[in-house]
Design a protein around this ligand. Structure first.
Ligand code: AVJ
Length: 318
């Protein structure tokens, strides 16, 4: 049962938030752009391809946990909750959870309307009788839940270590906003990527086939297309580094020569070797995960990790 509450944004409409974020990010020193803008149609496809790469372990590790521990989730969560998924995308992991816990409704939230509506329709036909209520929006800004889930206890679902994209302060703000949105008796099932050896981490963000490089460079193509840009695609190279001090992988677009380009009517210059920092992906130790959740107003109750300790799923209570 697919119930569309919010019309998808037209894909062709110029997005003022995109323009503002990119112009602001390119004007800054050092240059840095928010990772949410990777996910246009092509970016979403490239991210899906990343999740299938041999080097990109998080999706396989987390999906394995969701497949394996269904009975645990059922016991800890119980039936009849409204599942609210943050950044649902293609929602490929969600069926495992929905099958295990028998929810009363499913509310996928995603910034990319086109992708969201396709995956919602698929889920609705796989779970006949389950109300599927997609919400197009940025969960980092203020959101409203559909009226149909009022009064239902909620389970937030935030897989993929998407929380890792946020600086600690923003991560805490988001966890608190989720707690406010989901209510006092809510639970949160969240995926967090563990700190591990540097080689393994870097390989996951700089794969041999160059898919992650294409994902990073697609941002340049999107800026050119949607913001009247003339950034030279061949003027940039993909770079992934491990920032040990901040326990995060950083993706950058490095200028391979001195560059001069325009975006949204403004002129920008970059020196050879200068970078645009396009994404941070924070990694967590076991205690870091719990500290972050508690700082965000959530008390960890259960934790599941794979045999290698690559990735963990944590169930926390508001
Ligand atoms: C979707 C934010 C979890 O950080 O691993 C994958 C995005 N970037 N490869 C991640 C991503 C490059 C991904 N998240």
């Amino acid at each position: 049962m697919l119930l569309t509450q919010y019309a998808p944004l037209s894909l062709r409409a110029p997005d003022p938030a995109f323009r503002r974020d990119i112009v602001e990010g390119l004007s800054r020193t050092p240059k840095a752009t928010p990772p949410i803008w990777f996910y246009d149609r092509r970016g979403s496809e490239l991210f899906e391809a990343i999740t299938d790469l041999p080097e990109y372990y998080p999706t396989r590790a987390e999906t394995g946990l969701l497949e394996k521990h269904g009975a645990d989730f059922a016991a800890a969560v119980g039936a009849g909750r409204a599942v609210v998924e943050f950044g649902a995308g293609s929602a490929r992991k969600t069926p495992h959870l929905l099958r295990a816990i028998d929810p009363a409704a499913y509310v996928p939230i995603d910034i990319s309307g086109e992708f969201l509506h396709a995956s919602s329709a698929e889920l609705a036909s796989a779970f006949p009788g389950l109300p599927v209520l997609p919400v197009v929006g940025d969960f980092n800004r203020d959101l409203l839940l559909p009226a149909a889930v009022e009064g239902l206890p909620r389970l937030g679902f935030f897989p993929g270590s998407t929380i890792g994209n946020m600086e600690p302060e923003a991560a805490v703000d988001l966890l608190r906003a989720m707690r406010r949105l989901l209510g006092d008796d809510a639970l949160l099932l969240i995926g967090m990527d563990r700190i591990k050896d540097r080689e393994r981490l870097i390989a996951a963000y700089d794969d041999a086939a160059g898919v992650t490089a294409a994902f990073n460079l697609n941002l340049v193509a999107r800026i050119n297309r949607e913001l009247e840009g003339d950034m030279p695609i061949d003027g940039f190279a993909h770079r992934a580094i491990w920032n040990d001090d901040k326990a995060r992988i950083e993706m950058h677009l490095v200028a391979v020569r001195p560059l001069h380009f325009h975006v949204a009517g403004q002129c920008f210059r970059m020196a050879a070797g200068e970078t645009i920092h396009t994404e941070s992906s924070h990694k967590y130790g076991a205690r870091d995960e719990r500290l972050l959740l508690r700082a965000g107003g959530w008390e960890p109750r259960h934790e599941w990790t794979d045999g290698e300790g690559l990735f963990s799923l944590i169930l926390a209570k508001a």
